[in-house]
Structures are given as structure tokens and as C-alpha cells.
Design a protein around this ligand. Sequence first.
Ligand SMILES: *[C@@H]1O[C@H](CO)[C@@H](O)[C@H](O)[C@H]1NC(C)=O
Length: 598
Amino acid sequence: MPGDKSSSFSFSTTFVLAIVPSSSGRGGYGLAFTLSPSKQFHGAVAEHYMGIFNPENDGSPSNHIFAVEFDTVNGHNEGADSDGNHVGININSMDSTVSRPAAYFIDNTEEMEELVLESGDRIQAWIEYDGNFVNVTICPLNINKPSKPLISYPIDLAPFVQNTTYVGFSASTGVKTSSHFILGWSFSTNGTAPVLDISALPMAPSKEKNRPSYDHRVIGLIAALSTVTVLLLGILICFTLYKRNVKSENLEDWELDCPHRFRYKDLHAATKGFKQSEIIGVGGFAAVYKGVLPTTGTEVAVKKITQTQSSIQGLREFVAEIESLGRLRHKNLVYLQGWCKKKNDLLLIYDYIPNGSLYSLLFDPKQGSVLNWRQRFNIIKGIAAGLLYLHEEWELVVVHRDVKSSNVLIDADMNARLGDFGLARLYDHGTDWHTTNVVGTIGYIAPELARNGQASTSSDVFAFGVLLLEIVSGRKPVDSRNFFLVDWVIEWHQKGRILDVMDTKLNSSCVVEEVKLVLLLGLHCSHPKPEIRPSMRRIVRYLNGDEHLPSIDNWDSFDSRDGMYAMFLETISSHSTTKSYRSSSTGGISSTSMNRGR
Ligand SMILES: *[C@@H]1O[C@H](CO)[C@@H](O)[C@H](O)[C@H]1NC(C)=O
């Protein structure tokens, strides 16, 4: 249906949709309301492209397509559309300009109720555009229109939509299938869209329920819709087959269900074909490339790990972990956007963090970029906040297992972002720590971890303690077989001159009280006895001055330390692959854990 667009163009529409997944579990891929310059979407592709775009024209300004997607599968440029069940506004691209988990505001509150798009139940949607805002509202059929829209997005659509534009819907299926129904629709370019007579609308046919008896008009409508659906399906199957044939990525079944999987093609393009000049870090069996995703223009860091022995079993477990870790969100963590597997290469995609690692800022600073005390203290607080989130604030306990300066990245605002969760394992809250191989980096491994291989939140705290001393002193945790940072700081402390360990690059702008606090806290955290180490929550309180750091009187307990260090250095060398110490990784799993067949 063509609609005429004057200079101050506006529209309002409401419709009732229902998405019924195929009997075998979750369906796909969703439907979209569209404004488009033509009734045809030439070359459009199914699945995530929803029958609107294809990989070639996706993102092109010449599309002149505005769409509101009701998406039931996450996966297209996975990082962007993070929630499978979401509503988004798309302009010329499958990458939503804005997207929200499907939900509605409960009237007169700020509370939201989630709405499962593919429940098979009828959902009413409103899309309103007044020349300044696009508002999208959804709710179940049995309640009144919420007064607050789910999405209220300020935009002038005039530059994007052509003078004559068609209004309609597109839906797609693929490996996953659903039936997508529009059960009623009204549209107006002039004021509010006419109210739908809800009682006159059909139900969406469902497999289980017996069909209620419809009158002839409704049967006609369903028949028409079914025909359209069948036709669409036919076309889509052709697309799918076509795609299958030309696709170079042969995916295994399990890979298709992973929302965080990226296309190899996109990563190849993003990194200019994994060009040497794009490398920003190397370590172990991995190289980290800077990339710009062709579809969205976002900067990412792509870690490419070349496996020597690949094990699909291990990879599956690993991917399950990524799917989980991909949901971690905190301002002091590097977000793992997704992954991709290509033959023996495993690729991990992270946020690109411009200032590199804390390690390089401490030990290899560029001219004029020596960290001052304000910055260091802020970085310390950031790392603590990130670890607190991993240990206590997320739904599972995440033990990082490789806290060290090269795994702390510094963003444009000089805030710390903790990366490299590859060594992390997930534990359910309250269960015992599992015994696993010792992983970690020399100098940061807690004595009990070296002894019994039990990584815990407390061994993370140990590593954090060492990191604190490192940040203040500007010295590496282990410099040679005879220099151990923790011992060295204790020595100065026992002489009553702990401030002498301060980095000589730090100038007089230091806040002595804070420096002292951090040093003593570092010693507390890296205490050989786990029970003496504080929790991350406590640590954050100490750093904020909310609680007083108790003094440790009993430094004697450190006496056995020489034996201990010697012992765990031995443990390390028996795991010869665990030598990521010098790596300047930008996050991601270390090759170690891959090679162990995780
Ligand atoms: C969109 O929502 C905002 C915020 O609720 C409201 O102020 C505005 O009037 C709405 N615009 C339209 C076109 O409905």
C-alpha cells in the first residue's frame, strides 16, 4: 500500500501479531513491519535477514528501508542484538539502531513485564511516528495499551524514507521455523490509526489447541494468510538452499544454535584478511587483531587462536561457556561479543579497548603516558569492581583465574576493563570448587592453588593483591628467580618504610594515605593463608574508605614463603604451556585451555 510522504510526514499503525513456533522447540526468525520503496525486496535472504536485506545490501543507505523487527532469534551480528526475544528499529540494515527485550511497561510504574514474542499468543503492537519520535509499544491482547512505549526513539525519518513508500510486513524462517501471523492491522498517515475491533480478530491456529469455529470471512483470511505463508516459505527455502550451496562456512548443527557466533566472512573483512599490520598483540598461540566490522562499523578486537589439536568435544564445552560469559555485563569488564570457528582457528571477538593493557602502560609507557596516582587508584577501584561483579554479583560465581596486568585493559577514559575470561570456569553458587589443572600466570598464583589446583575466588584475590603491589611499585611480580614482589614489599614494610617501594615514576602528586592503603591491602590480599584474605566486597569497602583495614601483626606466617614459591614455580614449569606472562593478550582464552581439549 503506497503512502504519500509530505515534508512533515508522520504515521501511526497498530496490528495484532502472533508467532507460533514449530513443534520442535524454539522457532525463528521473526517478523518486521516495513516501509520500503518497492513491494519487492530484491535478493533478500531469509533467517536473520528477515526477507528484507541480504549480506550485500545490508547497511546500504540506498535501501531506503525502515523496519521495526519483532525478532525471536538473536544472532545477526550477535553482539548488537543480544536478546533473542527483542523488538528493534532498523534503518537500512539488520543491525538495529535501537533494540529492547520484548516487554511492556506496567501502567503508572517503571516496572516492565516481559513478553515472549513466540508464545503463540496474540500481541498487539503500535508504531507511532510524529516527525520527531518513533514510538513502539507492545502488550498482550487482553490489556489496554500501556501509556509508556517500549521504545521511544528520537529520529527524523524523512532522510531515510522515499517520497512514495510501501507499507507492509516481512517474515522469515530458516533452520528454525515459526508461523508468523498478522491477525489485524490498521494504518494511518493522518492522525492515530483506527482502533482495531479486538473481538472480531481470529486466534492464531495452534497445533495443540482445537481450532475454534470461525466465520467464513475469517476462514478466508486464514486461508489467504496461509497461502502467503506457504509462498513465503517456498521462497525462503529456495534462499536457504541457495545460501547453503554458496556458503563456504560449513556449520555443524550445534553451531547454529549459538547466538554469539560470528560469520568468518565478516571477521575476515574486518581485519583486512588478518593482515599483519592489524595485529595489536601476540601471545602464546594467539594473535589479536584490530578490526572494524563491515556491517556496523564498530571497532572490535579479534583474537585468533590456532589450535594444534582440535577437539570438537572440547570446543563445544568451550562454546557453551562463551554463550554464558557473553551475558556478563559490567563497565569494568571487556565484553566478549562472540566467537567463530574456522577449521583449526578459533576466533574470539571482543570490544576494542583503545589504550591497550595496564601491563604496557606500567612497563612500556609511551612518551607522556606514565600513569599518575589518580589514574592508578581509579584503575585499582575499577578492577576491584569488575572482580566483585564476577565473584558475587552475577548469577553464577565466575572465578577469573588469570588476574594480571596484561589482562587489564584501559579504555579511552582511563578506566580499567578486566578481560580474558578464558581460564574462568563457572561454578554454581554454593557448590564446592572443582579440582582442575593449575592455570594462571607465574607470580600471581596463590600457594594453595599451586598445591591442590583449587582455583577459587580467594585465589583471584591473591592475584589481585599481587597486582595492587605491581601497580604501586611499578615492578613485575617475578623478575628473576630471586625477586618476588610480595616478599620485597614485606621486607620494606617490616623496616617501617613501606612507602619506599613506590614507583619512582610516580611524582609528588601521590596521596600518601591512599598509597599506603593500597600497599597494605595488597599484602592482605596476597597473604599465603586464604582465610586471612578479604573478600572482594570487603576490598571495595576498604578502597572506598567505608571500612578500616585491620592490621596484620603476624607476618611470621609468611616465613615459609621461599619454599612455597619454589614449589609453585615447579608446578608451573611442569605445565610448560602456561607461560602467558609476557603475552600482551587483549582478552580471550589462552591457548593453554584449548589445547587441553576444553
Ligand atoms: C512517544 O513517547 C513519548 C514518551 O512517552 C511521548 O512524549 C510522545 O508524545 C510519543 N510520541 C508519539 C508520536 O506517540
